[in-house]
Design a protein around this ligand. Structure first.
Ligand SMILES: [Zn+2]
Length: 400
């Protein structure tokens, strides 16, 4: 069944700051004190996240990733063959230790708090992860539900650490095959559980596009010496993404690409326009690109002019890291700029990224997250008034 959304639907990229109970449950699990994240603490936190989004007027809601330690490490809870290492532990295994250490310091990364999944055995899924999250949200809201999964390129790049992974996966490509299988199973189960919008998070594509073959600007790519040319890496990313989404036309799929969201210090986050990525974006068979544009580090909206007309843009118009709440009129103005080359029904509104990508280091408070999301809703209302009568996008099959 197709269901019409309002024009300029407001959504989130994924995470919201965790409540104290959820934080504690995640910490106990990550430190090995329990073998699973306490479900009740998670339930409680998700209900609070839903209430926050409801109050702010978010049209497509998520569970705020309240049950996740971070947006990609959570896989370790249900998949064999993955070991979680704090970045400070990972230092023991990377090939160029000095460079990695310098990077962590320069980038203001909390090396003891952020856990990185690393492959140390054959990947085998013990149970569905995203589907469990979706099922709970679905049972507690009438709104359309979005769920994010770590993208296949991010997982393949960040989880393959030669010293630990080589025995089971001789190359990154061989790991990529099993990552695709894993994500297709997650996607399929999330749809069955009632997800309306599944987003793949690929924050490291920007690093690939902006850095040369021997440089690395992001701590999320642990296999420092294993990067091919940017062109080859981006081709690999296109192939992986398309293999994951192939055949899932009945659900809206999205790809989120930002420049990192681990610090409130703008100076340490990546900078660069999307231009070098656009030819690759154009070939990814997803319905929507969820892009950050509130930060001036993302460059001009003109970069998107060449993208296929049917591709939706989830436009980032507020900064999840800043203390000021953006002016709805200014945000609406930004959307009008995009509409020079994009039809109104192809534009969604969202913050640039999550408000709590890493559980122990949220980039904002729940109060500010709520105020910023309410601002997005106000911007959407301004735009809706200008396009009254124009049909909104629909949920369901057959968009692309
Ligand atoms: Zn992001």
């Amino acid at each position: 069944m197709n269901r019409e959304l309002p024009l300029f639907p407001v959504s989130v990229v994924g995470s919201l700051p965790r409540g104290a109970g959820a934080q504690r449950a995640l910490r106990d699990w990550a430190r090995g004190r329990t073998d699973h994240v306490d479900g009740q603490a998670g339930d409680h936190a998700v209900l609070a996240a839903l209430a926050l989004q409801d109050g702010a007027g978010v049209d497509i809601v998520s569970d705020g990733e309240q049950r996740r330690d971070n947006f990609y490490s959570f896989l370790a809870e249900g998949v064999d063959g993955i070991r979680l290492l704090a970045l400070s532990e990972l230092l023991n295994w990377v090939e160029d230790k000095a460079a990695f250490e310098r990077l962590l310091q320069a980038l203001d990364v909390p090396a003891f708090a952020i856990r990185n999944p690393v492959v140390d055995g054959p990947l085998r899924r013990r149970r569905p992860l995203a589907a469990e999250e979706v099922r709970f949200v679905r049972a507690h809201t009438d709104r359309p539900v979005k769920v994010a999964l770590p993208g296949p390129y991010l997982l393949t790049r960040s989880m393959w650490v030669k010293a630990l992974s080589e025995e089971h996966y001789p190359t990154k490509e061989s790991l990529g095959d099993d990552v695709v299988t894993l994500l297709r199973a997650e996607l399929s189960d999330a749809i069955d559980a009632g997800a309306d919008f599944v987003q793949l998070d690929e924050p490291v594509l920007t690093e690939v596009a902006f850095a040369g073959p021997h440089e690395t600007h992001s701590f999320m790519c642990a296999a420092l010496s294993e990067k091919a040319s940017p062109e080859e890496e981006l081709e690999f990313a296109v192939e992986l993404v398309n293999r994951v989404v192939e055949g899932f036309g009945a659900v809206r799929t999205g790809l989120h690409v930002c420049r990192g969201n681990w610090s409130q210090d703008e100076g340490v986050l990546l900078r660069g326009a999307y231009d070098p990525l656009v030819p690759y974006f154009a070939r990814m068979r997803v319905d929507q690109l969820v892009l950050e544009y509130a930060t001036e580090r993302a460059g001009s909206l003109d970069a998107l002019a060449e993208l296929p007309a049917e591709l939706e843009i989830g436009l980032g118009v507020c900064d999840p890291r800043s203390a000021e709440v953006e002016d709805p009129a200014e945000m609406a103005g930004r959307v009008r700029e995009l509409m020079v080359h994009r039809k109104p029904e192809k534009v969604f509104l969202n913050p640039d990224c999550g408000f709590g990508t890493f559980a122990e280091r949220p980039v904002n408070t729940s109060e500010l997250a709520a105020a910023k999301l309410a601002g997005l809703h106000a911007a959407a209302e301004l735009l809706r008034a200008e396009h009254a009568g124009h049909p909104g996008p629909v949920l369901g099959a057959g968009r692309r």
